[in-house]
Design a binder for this molecule. Structure first.
Ligand code: FES
Length: 102
Protein backbone atom coordinates (compact mmCIF):
# COMPACT_ATOMS: atom_id res chain seq x y z
CA UNK A 1 0.00 0.00 0.00
CA UNK A 2 1.35 3.41 -0.97
CA UNK A 3 0.56 6.73 0.63
CA UNK A 4 0.05 9.61 -1.76
CA UNK A 5 -0.68 13.12 -0.53
CA UNK A 6 -2.56 15.76 -2.49
CA UNK A 7 -2.41 19.44 -1.51
CA UNK A 8 -5.30 21.44 -2.93
CA UNK A 9 -5.15 25.07 -4.04
CA UNK A 10 -6.84 25.90 -0.70
CA UNK A 11 -3.91 24.15 1.02
CA UNK A 12 -6.04 21.28 2.25
CA UNK A 13 -3.87 18.22 2.73
CA UNK A 14 -5.50 14.97 1.67
CA UNK A 15 -3.60 11.79 2.41
CA UNK A 16 -4.69 8.80 0.35
CA UNK A 17 -3.66 5.18 0.11
CA UNK A 18 -3.77 2.81 -2.84
CA UNK A 19 -2.17 -0.19 -4.48
CA UNK A 20 -3.25 0.31 -8.09
CA UNK A 21 -5.03 2.58 -10.55
CA UNK A 22 -4.13 6.07 -11.68
CA UNK A 23 -3.52 9.02 -9.41
CA UNK A 24 -6.47 10.81 -11.06
CA UNK A 25 -8.78 7.93 -10.09
CA UNK A 26 -7.37 8.02 -6.58
CA UNK A 27 -7.95 11.77 -6.31
CA UNK A 28 -11.52 11.56 -7.64
CA UNK A 29 -12.32 8.69 -5.27
CA UNK A 30 -11.05 10.76 -2.35
CA UNK A 31 -12.87 13.90 -3.55
CA UNK A 32 -9.69 15.94 -3.96
CA UNK A 33 -10.89 19.42 -4.93
CA UNK A 34 -9.57 20.56 -8.31
CA UNK A 35 -9.12 17.11 -9.84
CA UNK A 36 -12.12 16.45 -12.05
CA UNK A 37 -10.91 13.82 -14.51
CA UNK A 38 -13.47 14.92 -17.08
CA UNK A 39 -12.14 12.77 -19.93
CA UNK A 40 -11.99 9.63 -17.80
CA UNK A 41 -8.23 9.41 -17.98
CA UNK A 42 -7.51 9.41 -21.70
CA UNK A 43 -5.22 12.44 -21.63
CA UNK A 44 -7.59 14.84 -23.38
CA UNK A 45 -8.93 17.30 -20.80
CA UNK A 46 -6.12 18.38 -18.42
CA UNK A 47 -8.61 18.61 -15.52
CA UNK A 48 -6.30 16.30 -13.59
CA UNK A 49 -3.25 18.60 -13.69
CA UNK A 50 -0.88 18.37 -10.72
CA UNK A 51 2.55 19.73 -9.81
CA UNK A 52 4.82 16.99 -8.54
CA UNK A 53 6.74 17.91 -5.41
CA UNK A 54 10.25 18.77 -6.62
CA UNK A 55 11.95 16.18 -4.43
CA UNK A 56 10.02 13.40 -6.21
CA UNK A 57 10.39 14.70 -9.76
CA UNK A 58 13.23 12.41 -10.84
CA UNK A 59 11.49 9.35 -9.44
CA UNK A 60 8.21 10.23 -11.18
CA UNK A 61 9.70 11.42 -14.47
CA UNK A 62 8.49 13.85 -17.11
CA UNK A 63 5.39 13.80 -19.28
CA UNK A 64 4.96 11.87 -22.53
CA UNK A 65 4.71 13.80 -25.78
CA UNK A 66 0.91 13.51 -25.83
CA UNK A 67 0.74 14.68 -22.23
CA UNK A 68 3.06 17.64 -22.95
CA UNK A 69 0.83 18.64 -25.86
CA UNK A 70 -2.18 18.63 -23.53
CA UNK A 71 -0.36 20.64 -20.87
CA UNK A 72 0.56 23.31 -23.41
CA UNK A 73 -3.04 24.52 -23.30
CA UNK A 74 -3.00 24.99 -19.53
CA UNK A 75 -2.12 28.41 -18.09
CA UNK A 76 -0.62 27.10 -14.85
CA UNK A 77 2.06 24.78 -16.19
CA UNK A 78 5.28 24.51 -14.20
CA UNK A 79 8.49 22.54 -14.68
CA UNK A 80 6.89 19.89 -12.45
CA UNK A 81 3.54 19.56 -14.20
CA UNK A 82 1.99 16.16 -14.90
CA UNK A 83 -1.47 14.90 -15.69
CA UNK A 84 -2.40 12.63 -12.82
CA UNK A 85 -4.36 10.26 -15.08
CA UNK A 86 -1.05 9.38 -16.72
CA UNK A 87 0.59 8.43 -13.41
CA UNK A 88 0.04 4.91 -12.12
CA UNK A 89 0.12 4.21 -8.41
CA UNK A 90 2.33 1.19 -9.14
CA UNK A 91 4.96 3.37 -10.83
CA UNK A 92 5.28 6.26 -8.37
CA UNK A 93 7.21 6.32 -5.09
CA UNK A 94 5.55 5.76 -1.74
CA UNK A 95 5.07 9.05 0.09
CA UNK A 96 4.62 11.08 -3.11
CA UNK A 97 3.32 14.63 -2.62
CA UNK A 98 1.38 16.44 -5.37
CA UNK A 99 0.00 19.94 -5.48
CA UNK A 100 -3.26 20.29 -7.39
CA UNK A 101 -2.89 22.87 -10.18
CA UNK A 102 -5.21 25.89 -10.13
S1 FES B 1 -8.38 12.98 -16.79
FE1 FES B 1 -8.44 14.05 -18.65
S2 FES B 1 -6.36 14.45 -19.07
FE2 FES B 1 -6.32 13.40 -17.17
Amino acid sequence: MKTITFITSDNDIIETQANFGSLMELAVKNKVKGIDGDCGGVCSCATCHVHVNQEFWNAVGGPSELESDMLEFDDNVSDYSRLSCQLKVSQVPDGLILKVAK
